[in-house]
Every structure is written in C-alpha cells, then in structure tokens.
Ligand binder design. Structure first.
Ligand code: KDG
Ligand code: MG
Length: 410
C-alpha cells in the first residue's frame, strides 16, 4: 500500500474567531486527514510536540496502521499520559481515521460499527446574570430546537463566574472563557455564596419551564467533596440530567463521598486524558457520564476503549463539546457518538461564523439532534485561504482567587 504511506504532516495554528491547532496528514496518494490538536490556553505546547517530535517519526509510515501508530506514540514516548501528549496523539489518531474512512469511501461512523441511533441528543449552553435573563437564554435555545440545556448563573457578590459572560449576553453562545492578552484574567470565587444561590436558581428554572426539559449544570471543579455532596442533594428536587465536575477529579476516590450522599447523576472527565484516569471512577461506578472529548483523551482509538469500559457499568458518554473543541474535534465526536452503544448526550456549543468560515463542516443539527453527515471521512475541510487571514493570538483561560488572594480551582 505504497500510496497510503504518509508524505506530509502539517501543524496549522490559526485564530479564526478563537485559536485552533489543526493537524493535517497527507498520504502519497494525496488523501488528506485532519485532526484537532487544540488544548485551550496551551496550544503552542501541543503544536511543538507534534511538529518537533511526532511528525518526523511518521513520514513514510503506513497511514492505515492506526492502532500501531497509537501504541508507538503512547508507549514509545516513554513519558506517558497528560493533556499535551494525549492531545497530540489524538490529533494523529483522528487524522488517520479520517484518511482510512476516505480511502474506504465511507463516513467514519461506518468503520466504527455503523449507526446505533438516528441522531445524537445535544445540549446547549444557557447563561444569565439573573433568573429572567437565564430563562430568556434557555428559551432561545429551545426556539432553536434544543431539548436539553445547561444552565449557568452569576452569583451575587462575585464579579465573574464560569459560564456567564462579563457583559449581558447577546445570545446563548456569547460566552467564551479564554481571553486574548498577555496574561490570564483573574476571577473571584466564594463556594458558600455559590452554594447559597444556585439551588434557588435551579428551582425557579424548573418551575418556569416544566418537568420535561432536560437540565444540566456545571460546577466546574470548585467544591470540596462534602460541599459537592451537599449541592447534589439540594438539587435532587430539580431532576438534573447531570451535575458536572462537582469537585476536582484529580482524586478519583473523592467521588465516593459525593455518591454516598446524593442521587443527582454525576459527570466528570473533560480534563482527563487516559483510561487510567478513570480506573477507580468507572470500576466503582462513581459517575454516570464520561465527559472526555476525542481531542484530549488520545483520539477515537482510546476514547472508544474508555467508553467500552464505562459501558460495563452503565456509564454513558457526554463528550466535551465547548468551542475550544474545533469543528474537526466536534465531527470526530459525532462519528463516535453515533456508533457507540452507550451514548448519553453531546455538548454542542456552536462556533462563531468566523471559525466556521475556516472549517467547512457537514454535520447537521435538527430538532435537538446532531448527525455527523454521510460524506466520506470526518466530513470537514480546512480552508487555508480563510484560516491564514487569522494569525495566532495568545489567549489564556482565567484563574480564580478567593477574597484573601488564595488561588482556587477555576
Ligand atoms: O477549555 C476549557 C473549557 O472547554 C471548559 O471550561 C468548558 O467546562 C466546560 C464545559 O463544560 O464545556
Ligand atoms: Mg465543564
């Protein structure tokens, strides 16, 4: 299969609307595969990893040997795991799957076992400084066809909270946490103020919008396990689809304590990058949803393995789909989501028009459901002529400090 050997590996860094790192692999036959290598706020580390260390190893190798390449990059690096390494491996993995599916003339989901459903239930982001603004934001998502909505709210006394734009939002997608500039922005945090405020907001949203609506909430890693347990318990009457990242997930065992106290379903994992990071969580069934994206957890090859393992314990997928997952990463998620048996829900934070001008996508959103489309491969093209007009601009995720100046989890 001389024609399928890898001729070129390019790392494309551009900021059309926001920064994306895109990997492009080209075979001798001219087949092009794309992978998303975007690690929000640390983009250039992955770009250098790919360009300086990975690309030279791949020139001349067989693009069809996806598993072997994955093992080579994971085991062969000696230094394993971690978001930079796993994002780099993911980009290669997805690009090779894109190539394989294009050579087969099939949409990628067909190579993953074919469709297990007609479409993938998606959830939108709704946000508000107060309850009326939040309700308007939820209603705007419903008007677009969403059946599931994540609700985030400002907290009295805090100047800026994750998931809520600093200025009144101009729509459900106005919020983007990474800010351009030479330094990260600093936000403030107070867990007691948050815990006092959030249950009342959820109560009003549920009361106003009725029992059918699928509601989610992201606590974004800020609470201690016992605070998280208290929040989960206090939200039980409002029937959340999930409470996300209720406590930092570095200590997998801390979720035991949360689980003992609440029946609110839990989701974790957008910051996790390997199956080992899930070992205790999955085996002890400490969560209900796996949040890893294809992009940050080593690609389709390894996320599928994590999700198969999760499926043994009735844990389902809820892949991360914020705007720092590029259209390439979103498409990869949708092909996997359509095929796996234990799909749960898919996050869908829409990209800006500028971003979508640089990536031609073919996935669709209809009546609340996403579908990856039926074009061969991932169904995404990268338009250099557009992306090249937006050179890289540094952007950071914010940091959090408590009132006394202590750095807190963001
Ligand atoms: O890069 C970080 C964001 O993707 C993250 O903060 C978004 O928590 C997030 C979510 O649930 O989408
Ligand atoms: Mg999150």
């Amino acid at each position: 299969m001389q024609g399928s050997t890898i001729r070129n590996v390019e790392v494309l860094v551009a900021s059309p609307g926001r920064t994306f790192v895109t990997l492009r692999v080209t075979t001798h036959d001219g087949v092009v595969g794309l992978g998303d290598a975007t690690l929000n706020g640390r983009e250039l580390a992955v770009a250098a990893y790919l360009r300086d260390h990975v690309a030279p190893m791949l020139i001349g190798s067989d693009a069809h040997r996806i598993e072997d390449t994955w093992q080579l990059l994971f085991r062969g690096a000696y230094w394993r795991r971690g978001p930079v390494t796993m994002t780099a491996i993911a980009a290669i993995d997805v690009a090779l799957w894109d190539i394989k599916a294009k050579v087969a003339g099939l949409p990628l989901f067909q190579l993953l076992g074919g469709a297990s459903r007609e479409g993938c239930l998606a959830y939108a982001h709704a946000t508000g400084h107060d309850v009326p603004e939040l309700l308007d934001s939820v209603r705007a998502s419903l008007a677009e066809g969403f059946r599931a909505v994540r609700v985030q709210t400002a907290v009295p006394g805090l100047s800026k909270v994750y998931g809520v734009p600093s200025a009144p939002s101009s729509g459900p997608y106005a919020y983007e946490p990474a800010s351009r500039g030479t330094l990260p922005s600093v936000e403030d945090w107070d867990s007691r103020a948050y815990l006092r405020h959030v249950p009342g907001v959820l109560e009003q949203v549920r009361h106003e919008l009725g029992p059918e609506l699928i509601l989610l909430h992201d606590a974004h890693h800020r609470l201690t396990p016992i605070e998280a347990a208290r929040l989960g318990r206090s939200l039980e009457p409002y029937d959340l689809f999930w409470l996300e990242d209720c406590t930092p997930v570095d200590n997998q065992e801390s979720l035991r304590l949360v689980r003992e106290h609440t029946t609110t379903p839990l989701a974790v994992g957008e910051v996790l990058s390997s199956i080992w990071d899930y070992q205790t969580i999955i085996r002890e069934q400490l969560v209900d949803f796996v949040r890893s994206s294809v992009v940050h957890a080593g690609g389709i090859t390894s996320l599928r393995r994590i999700l198969d393992h999760a499926g043994m314990y009735q844990i389902r997928s809820g892949m991360h789909g914020a705007t720092d997952i590029s259209p390439v990463g979103q498409a990869a998620a949708l092909h996997l989501a359509l095929a796996i048996p234990n799909f749960g829900i898919q996050e869908y934070m829409k990209h800006s028009a500028t971003s979508l001008a640089a990536f031609r996508t073919s996935f669709t959103f209809t009546d609340g459901y996403l579908h990856p489309g039926t074009e061969p491969g991932l169904g995404v093209d990268y338009l250099d002529e557009v992306a090249d007009r937006y050179p890289y601009e540094r952007a950071y995720l914010p940091v959090n400090r408590l009132k006394d100046g202590t750095v807190h989890d963001w």
